[in-house]
Design a protein around this ligand. Structure first.
Ligand SMILES: [Zn+2]
Length: 419
């Protein structure tokens, strides 16, 4: 068996072990600060200790595993961070997030076992909240380290009305320290993350790994259309103010705006809609729907959002409706640092013998929060058929082995530059 195969088998065994830790039998669900999160964090902590790392849990319940700098080499006193998340969506796949944490632990353990002396510290981070399923906010754990978390997140409540403050305390973390966990940018060299692609490009191209160029910016809006409810049999068509018919026209417009911006990786989606009063014999008087707009650059995204707002407004006026559009979530583009992209591309070439392609990530990742602290670099790993957030999510052991090897080479290349 080759080295890379061994790394892949090791990753597979760890992926399978973590996947058994779930709230639901027969499917994988692991929400932030749940009992399952606690058990997964304990297992990750155990793996970190066995890899020779000094382990601690921070106030956001992130597990940290630290490897000191090599004894002989020059010392920068700085730290290279490697991380991803161990929370999942409901009925999730087992690779999303978990692979990045496992790859980090294996890579650090292998480098240590091979006696590679690094001129900086390595720290593996297992974040607990990337998906944002339990609380109405994402990337709480990485934002904590990046120093952008605000104390009022502690008052957010889950569906059962439990505050994050109470959930953290029950978990064994110290919520009063949340805003004191921020790292000093001067102490950090960069942040690396291995993640499944969650899209079909690598699978279609027959390639295992890619360099991430950027994580798309994203804006989420809540739109509302107010019309006039009425009897579906008695109100003549000519004098209706049908909120749902108006929303349908707006949704067509949103799709058209998205299609036109394909070159700039623009995508626009309405994924959720509700009509009131919601009866087959009543003209809808109120409709609320979501709008999700993402693009590879902020200007394209903002222009698309403005075009949607203006176009929907015109449709509303023409139909005698009242349109509102409120921003509920916004993240700018997170661009990968050129020096880390170069190190990753070189590492992938070392491992696969081929020059990798660059891919933009349409999905959000912890790296978005980490750009507020330091440079980021990401390695994408092939996802079968591009499926994720599903039990059908699959990445082969062979590809995982290549990803771990590429991560190790990336660390060595960065060490070469920092020596
Ligand atoms: Zn993820």
């Amino acid at each position: 068996m080759t080295d890379t195969q061994q790394l892949g088998e090791r990753a597979q065994a760890m992926i399978d072990a973590l996947a058994t830790i779930s709230a639901d039998e027969g499917k994988l669900t692991r929400l932030y600060l749940s009992g399952e999160h606690k058990r997964a964090a304990n297992l990750v902590g155990e793996w970190m200790r066995r890899a020779g790392l000094a382990v601690r849990m921070d106030a956001a319940a992130t597990m940290h595993g630290l490897l000191p700098a090599g004894r002989d080499g020059p010392r920068s006193g700085k730290r290279l961070l490697i991380g991803s998340h161990i929370d999942t969506v409901v009925d999730a796949g087992k690779y999303d997030g978990n692979l990045g944490v496992i790859a980090g632990i294996i890579a650090v353990d292998e480098l240590r076992a091979r006696g590679v002396a690094l001129p900086f510290e390595l720290e593996v981070l297992a974040f607990g909240d990337e998906e944002g399923v339990r609380y109405p906010k994402t990337m709480i754990s990485s934002s904590t380290i990046a120093g952008t978390v605000e104390a009022n997140v502690l008052e957010l409540t889950d569906a059962q009305g439990m505050t994050m403050r109470a959930a953290l305390a029950e978990f064994g973390a110290d919520p009063s320290h949340l805003t004191a966990e921020a790292y000093d940018p001067a102490d950090v060299i960069g942040y690396l993350e291995v993640h499944i692609e969650q899209g079909p490009v690598l699978d279609q191209a027959g390639e295992a790994l890619a360099v991430v160029s950027a994580i798309a910016g994203q804006t989420r809006f809540r739109a509302s259309v107010r019309g006039e409810a009425g009897h579906a049999g008695t109100v003549p068509m000519a004098i209706r103010h049908d909120a749902l018919a108006g929303a349908a026209e707006m949704i067509s417009l949103i799709e058209a705006v998205g299609r036109r911006g394909a070159k700039a990786s623009l995508v626009a989606t309405v994924g959720e809609i509700r009509a009131r009063p919601g009866a087959s014999n009543v003209i809808p008087g109120l409709v609320e729907f979501s709008i999700d707009v993402r693009a590879a650059d902020d200007a394209t995204r903002n222009a698309a959002a403005a075009e949607i707002r203006q176009g929907a407004q015109q449709i509303a006026v023409r139909r005698g409706l009242v349109f509102g559009m409120e921003t509920v979530h916004e993240n700018g583009v997170a661009v990968a640092a050129p020096r880390l992209k170069r190190a990753i591309a070189g590492a992938i070439t070392d491992v696969t013998g081929k020059t990798p392609r660059e891919l933009m990530s349409g999905a959000g990742h912890d790296g978005q929060a980490m750009t507020k602290l330091t440079d980021i670099g990401m390695i994408f790993v092939r996802s079968r058929a591009g499926i994720s957030h599903s039990p059908l999510e699959f990445t082969s052991a062979a590809d995982m082995g290549l990803a771990v090897a590429a991560l190790m080479r990336t660390i060595e290349r960065i060490a070469g530059e920092n020596a």
